[in-house]
Design a protein around this ligand. Structure first.
Ligand code: FES
Ligand code: FES
Length: 948
């Protein structure tokens, strides 16, 4: 380290400071406390660290201080505006829904400022080109809102609009917050760069010991020895924590409840002790005075391995001679069967039409812009406090308690402002790492992973292989389906109970009388797989919505007509054996029809032999939460007449904050509170009752309903005989409590639908939530025949998520979900442990890949959910459920090549086009994933029943 005194003019103020000449400009700025400049990728790929250096936009994470001249001018987000005097870009970002997780916002806003300094009147494509050229990456929004925000701000700066005009876009008022575009409360701090995300807290955590992980660089091995003698002697090192220092079981304890599971869910080590199971497993943590010291020392830890056979795919791990990855547990540790109606072996031979097809998906990385970061310490009463990014503060503490060696009530989890997760942060592994380190050192610890470490360490969307068949009668009515799916569970069972989703969605939302389905989970030596919008349903729809298109073609029907004929009508039973709350499928197809016809006409008129255009359609959806669920929230009347909502509605960027505000404001309307008079205390197990995790599209229903219950109790307690409401002082004087717990419990067995309707895992009848969100996707693509590159020209979702609680949040899920679907279909992957560990290598979806303006829309049907709070359902999952297959169906309709393996990268598409040109008939490979009928027959003949 070579220390230097440096001088920069930052936001107009001359600042002198000490730094290491090897520091990046981003590190130097952040060390001054200006943490609005974020570090995401740390590699010049995301623009989170954008600043304006001497009038030029740069990515400060890759600009060394040695290359920055003294007295240079630096403009950071902190130099743009203040809370009372916002820059138009900052306000515009807030009102246009540009802030979801908000981690990318400062970098985008600074980038947009540099653009407008150069070009005060940009077109939308100027804005898009600028963000593409400067590699501004956003994972949440789908980008459209960011372009809207720049256009609006530019108009204000030119004097064509006012700040008040922008504010009016929110459409909310003191009287009305619910069902508007009300600005989310967390947005202000994020556009100002003042919200402290995990690594910002680390920069300011005086005296903290910094942790660096020692991670596995092999896929599967026994650990023979760990030599940390050199590391211990390295400068600044305080302690090295290994499995021996863990006081508890050193396992994540996440039980698998399925009766068919051969694994109990306790196989994941917190710190690897005897084996590593994948690249990126954590073996030790080095604690040192500074992050650099910890990282340098971590490189000195030597791990001696005995390499074991590593399985990269389900097909390899399923082979008869494959060794067990977790000894004593078969690699395929879980089956889920589904039998409905007649045996399909009787149906298919008699069917007028049969189509058959196989497909495979890939592990999709979630790719938030913020890598993992968090802190932990032990309070004076011995309580372990962990602050990190999670979908479930209570879930985390329960899942790590035995592993770290504490009772759950001695653990407090607090959600740090979270830079996006999209599901992976349901996993509690990072909390466990921080927890064992804090307990072993009895010191405040903080750890931020590099982006590469984040990519390797966190869970991913599962990959899968599917063989499917569909049968129709002569009138084009579906009469039977078979779906055989094999999912890659990666190396650990976490969230293995999601396996049921595969059979629940097989055939959804069609009326299919006869069904045979089988899905399985198999261990491999890859990242463990976890939640991600519409988990497993994406794989089902990948195959099923392809078969539906193939069948339509075979019968000679339009794909829209075939779907319309076969979707469920009122009262019909879904493939999982249940009725649903809303039968909205024909309505959504009707809503989508004009756009579908318009795009087909456009494709027909504009397609050329070189650039072939085509339109695809698909239907997707997902259930909203689960049955038997429970949520609690607390409302408290404060002395100043305001009300505080204590709730664990985790805001991971989806808008938990504005959801909590909107329901509370609506429910307390008789009190006439303004939005500012409602305070939120969110996601701290030390202060809030347990509202459950925030995932699976459950929060609107669960947290909303519990809020209504608490509000009802509070209002009743406040109401006087004359119909007016007591003040806080009157409540106290009359001895009436000012705090009320709202509870909502879901019926464990709703919507029973007849004699067939028993929950029995042996036959695949599930008790699942009756509420669902639905999306019909209509997409137009252009296939470049010379390169195989597919461009999405138009993408539209027609959706019913019930009454919309907040439009900017819902839009964010919609556009963001479609953005992820485009990446899933065409570019994103996680297989190669060298290439796929950064954003560009993993095929991240930048702005140029996503349509804009009228070519990228969401239309809400808004059928109120009768039993749910103010008609609101949950929507996140549906927006990413089936967009990918609408793209692939469009590719087929454009070019005649059916892409069956994700991602459909240009090389694969080009090969398929070339084969077609040469007249080579491509056969869809049927995957060797086990004896479909044999396994189903065996499971049927050998049912399993719980004895407890
Ligand atoms: S470009 Fe600098 S953090 Fe990503
Ligand atoms: S709002 Fe852009 S990354 Fe989250």
């Amino acid at each position: 380290m070579s220390v230097e005194r440096r001088v920069l003019v930052i936001n107009g103020v001359e600042r002198s400071f000490l730094c290491d000449s090897e520091d990046s400009l981003a590190e130097a700025i952040r060390n001054l406390g200006l943490t609005g400049t974020k570090i995401g990728c740390g590699a010049g790929q995301c623009g989170a660290c954008n600043v304006i250096l001497d009038g030029k936009l740069i990515r400060s994470c890759v600009r060394k201080m040695s290359k920055v001249k003294d007295h240079s001018s630096v403009i950071t987000i902190e130099g743009l505006g203040t809370a009372n005097n916002l820059h138009p870009l900052q306000l515009s970002w807030m009102v246009n829904g540009g802030v979801q997780c908000g981690f990318c916002s400062p970098g985008f806003i600074v980038s947009a400022k540099a653009l407008l300094d150069e070009n005060p009147k940009p077109t939308r494509s100027d804005v898009r080109d600028w963000f593409q050229k400067n590699r501004n990456a956003c994972r949440c929004t789908g980008y459209k809102q960011l372009v809207d925000a720049v256009m609006d701000a530019a108009a204000v700066m030119r004097g064509e609009k006012t700040m008040e005009d922008l504010m009016r876009k929110a459409g909310s008022s003191d009287e009305k917050v619910f069902n508007t575009r009300h600005i989310r409360p967390a947005a202000l701090g994020k556009v100002l760069g003042e919200t402290d995300f995990g690594d910002d807290i680390a920069v300011k955590a005086e005296g903290a010991w910094h942790l660096a992980p020692v991670t596995s660089d092999v896929a599967h091995a026994n650990i023979l020895n760990i030599d940390y003698s050199e590391a211990e002697k390295a400068p600044g090192v305080r302690q090295i924590i290994t499995a021996k220092d863990v006081k508890g079981m050193n396992r994540i304890t996440w039980p698998v409840s399925s009766i068919f599971s051969k694994a109990d869910g306790f196989e994941r080590p917190i710190l690897c002790d005897t084996k590593v199971f994948r690249y990126g497993d954590v073996i030790a943590l080095v604690a040192a005075d500074t992050r650099k010291q910890a990282r340098e020392a971590a490189k000195l830890v030597k791990v001696e391995y005995e390499l074991l056979l590593a399985y990269d795919t389900v097909l390899e791990a399923m082979a008869e001679d494959a060794q067990e990855i977790h000894p004593g547990i078969p690699n395929t540790f879980l089956y889920k069967p589904r039998y409905k109606g007649k045996d399909t072996r009787e149906i298919f031979p008699e069917a007028a039409y049969v189509v058959e097809g196989s497909s495979s998906t890939t592990m999709q990385p979630h790719m938030p812009i913020e890598p993992e970061s968090g802190q932990a310490f032990v309070d004076k009463d011995g309580t372990l406090t962990v602050m990190y990014k999670t979908h479930g503060v209570y879930t985390s503490k329960n899942l790590i308690a035995a592993g770290v060696g504490l009772e759950p009530d001695k653990i407090r989890i607090i959600l740090n402002p979270a830079g996006g997760t999209f599901g992976y942060a349901l996993s509690p592994g990072y909390a466990a790492l921080l927890g064992v380190a804090a307990l072993a050192t009895n010191h405040l610890v903080t750890m931020t992973m590099s982006y590469e470490e984040h990519q390797r360490y966190t869970g991913k969307r599962p990959s899968s292989y599917t063989n499917g068949r569909l049968a129709c009668d002569k009138d084009g009515k579906i009469i039977g389906q078979e779906l055989h799916m094999a999912f890659d569970k990666g190396c650990y069972t976490e969230l293995a109970d999601m396996a049921g989703k595969a059979i629940n969605f097989a055939g959804w939302p069609y009326n299919v009388p006869n069904i045979l389905n089988l899905s399985s989970y198999t261990f491999t030596n890859r990242a463990f797989t976890t939640a991600y919008r519409a988990p497993l349903a994406t794989d089902v729809f990948m195959n099923y919505e392809m078969l539906v298109d193939m069948m339509a073609e075979k019968i000679g029907m339009d794909p829209w007509d075939f779907r319309y004929k076969n979707v469920l009508r009122e009262g019909e039973i879904l493939p999982h054996g249940r009725k649903v709350a809303n039968y909205n499928y024909t309505k959504l197809l009707d809503l989508a029809k004009p756009k579908y016809e318009e795009l087909k006409k456009h494709a027909k008129e504009n397609s050329t032999p070189e650039k072939q255009l085509g339109v695809g359609i698909s239907i997707g959806g997902f259930t909203c939460g689960s049955v038997g669920d429970r949520a609690e929230i607390m409302l408290e009347l404060n002395p100043d007449g305001t009300v505080t909502n204590f709730c664990t509605w985790q805001d991971v960027g989806q808008g938990g904050d504005v959801g909590a505000l909107a329901f509370t404001h609506e429910a307390l309307r008789p009190l006439g509170l303004t939005p500012e008079q409602i305070r939120l205390v969110l996601s701290d197990t030390g202060q809030c009752p347990n509202a459950g995790y925030s995932a699976g599209s459950r929060s609107n229903i669960m947290c909303g309903s519990a809020t209504l219950d608490a509000a009802d109790k509070l209002l009743k307690a406040m109401k006087k005989e004359d119909g007016t409401y007591r003040t806080y002082d009157e409540m106290v004087k009359d001895g009436i409590p000012t705090k009320y717990l709202g509870v909502y419990e879901r019926d464990p067995n709703p919507f029973a639908s007849g004699p067939d309707d028993v929950f029995d895992e042996n036959i695949g009848y599930a008790v699942i939530a009756q509420e669902a969100s639905v999306g019909v996707f209509v997409t137009e693509v252009e296939v470049d025949v010379a390169t195989g590159k597919v461009r999405v020209l138009d993408m539209h979702v027609f959706s019913d998520i019930g009454t919309v609680v907040n439009y900017t949040s819902a839009d964010g899920q919609a556009y963001g979900g479609m953005q992820h679907s485009i990446g899933y279909a065409l570019s994103e992957d996680f297989r190669d442990m060298k290439k796929h560990v950064n954003l560009i290598g993993a095929g991240f979806t930048f702005i140029e890949s996503v349509p804009d303006g009228d070519h990228y829309t969401v239309t809400y049907l808004e059928e109120p959910r009768m039993d749910d709070p103010y008609g609101a359902g949950g929507g996140a999952e549906s927006f990413q459920s089936a967009g990918h297959i609408s793209i692939l169906n469009a590719v087929y309709n454009a070019s005649g090549v059916r892409m069956t393996e994700l991602p459909a990268t240009p090389d694969k598409v080009k090969k398929a086009l070339d084969d077609k040109a040469k007249g080579i008939k491509r056969k869809q490979e049927k995957y060797d994933i086990g004896d479909f009928y044999g396994i189903l027959d065996y499971l049927k003949a050998n049912p399993v029943y719980r004895t407890e």
